[in-house]
Design a binder for this molecule. Structure first.
Ligand SMILES: C[S@@+](CC[C@H](N)C(=O)[O-])C[C@H]1O[C@@H](n2cnc3c(N)ncnc32)[C@H](O)[C@@H]1O
Length: 343
């Protein structure tokens, strides 16, 4: 596999190499700003350094450097002696807005950042580096409503970007329904229905996700059009439908488990129907590095999960019985593989 270099760092000089090797400082400045609620605070109104420090609790020792670094990184802007969010930070990093996309970054701060400090150990051993329950995403989600909501918000920040592409990449016109396997609180399903109002949807996920699904559907006003079936896709049959969607699910599991899930999905897809799998597949697009990093996230935080290639996914579908497969690029990060079942 050839991999495109995809970094803005100049790696041809000692300075460039040092810059690349300390890029974690940039990341941590952004993650701390989110943790300190800098963006939600400045969304209300621009503030001076003293006002902002007061509002979010910055010690004078680091405050000026921190805020100036946020300006240099392009997420804050200075206007006289006041600071305000950049347009993108205001739209995507203010918790008060429906367009908030910081869920994944919150998780990066709480779980991934500490796990990445043990990358060398993971590379030597192949073992995840978050211990006990912390390394078990499903157990963590079942742990408390707060954890569940945090995970669901993180997933929604990613699936919201996929949904419009998925709505356009498949011929939904000739279908009446779909099942979203591992569909969480139904966010992607609701966005697909907004684009294709003739469809009905059913979300299949673990039973403890049901209350969060109900609340989210009420919030979106889609409670009459999307139903929820609780179950375990390793133990229970999947609900059948014309189309099954499985997104950001397979990368959590080993290759053997993925094939098992695709076989199960094949049984649930009605004849003439299709299975749609989207994930951050690793292939030769320029954004490959992003997906390779996510694949290493999987090494660090799951038991056996990793990103996989489009060709591997097509192979599993063929092995499971799908008569024809096709692949599409959804975005810089996500690919779609479609398995068509014979009519
Ligand atoms: C990474 S999330 C993906 C959510 C959503 N499809 C998306 O694209 O954002 C994986 C989902 O699979 C669900 N899941 C995990 N194990 C499951 C199981 N054994 N049976 C059913 N659902 C499961 C989780 O609860 C979670 O909602």
């Amino acid at each position: 596999m050839s991999v495109t270099t995809h970094t803005s760092a100049d790696v041809s000089s000692p300075e460039g190499l040092i810059r690349l090797g300390t890029a974690f400082c940039d990341a941590k400045i952004l993650l701390s700003a989110l943790e300190l609620d800098v963006f939600s605070t400045l969304a209300a109104k621009p503030l001076t350094l003293a006002e902002l420090s007061d509002a979010v609790g910055l010690h004078p020792r680091g405050g000026r450097d921190f805020v100036t670094a946020l300006v240099t990184l392009g997420v804050l802007e200075a206007d006289g002696d006041r600071y305000r969010n950049s347009a993108a930070a205001d739209r995507f990093l203010d918790r008060g807005k429906p367009s908030y996309s910081g869920g994944f970054l919150e998780r990066a701060n709480n779980m991934l950042y500490p796990a990445w400090t043990h990358l060398t150990d993971a590379l030597r051993t192949g073992e995840p580096q978050v211990k006990g329950k912390d390394g078990d995403i499903v157990a963590q989600m079942a742990d408390s409503r707060e954890h569940l909501d945090q995970f669901l918000a993180m997933m929604d920040s990613l699936n919201s970007q996929v949904a419009p592409k998925l709505a356009a990449a498949f011929d939904w016109a000739g279908r009446t329904d779909f099942v979203d396997v591992g569909g969480a609180r139904g966010n992607l399903s609701a966005l697909l229905l907004a684009e294709h109002p003739h469809l009905t949807a059913r979300v299949f996920d673990l039973p403890h996700v049901a209350p969060a699904f109900d609340d989210h559907m009420k919030r979106l006003g889609t409670q009459d059009r999307i139903s929820f079936t609780g179950g375990d896709f390793f133990k229970d049959p999947m609900p059948s439908g014309q189309v099954l969607v499985m997104g950001h699910v397979l990368h959590n599991w080993s290759a053997e488990q993925r094939l098992g899930l695709i076989r199960k999905a094949y049984e649930a897809v009605e004849p003439g129907g299709a299975l749609l799998v989207y994930d951050r597949m690793v292939d030769e697009r320029p954004a490959d590095l992003v997906n390779l990093l996510i694949s290493l996230d999987m090494l660090l935080v799951t038991h056996g999960g990793s990103e996989y290639s489009v060709e591997e996914c097509r192979g599993w579908m063929t092995e499971a019985g799908f008569a024809r497969t096709e692949a599409k690029v959804l975005s810089n990060t996500d690919s779609l593989v479609i398995g068509h079942r014979e009519g």
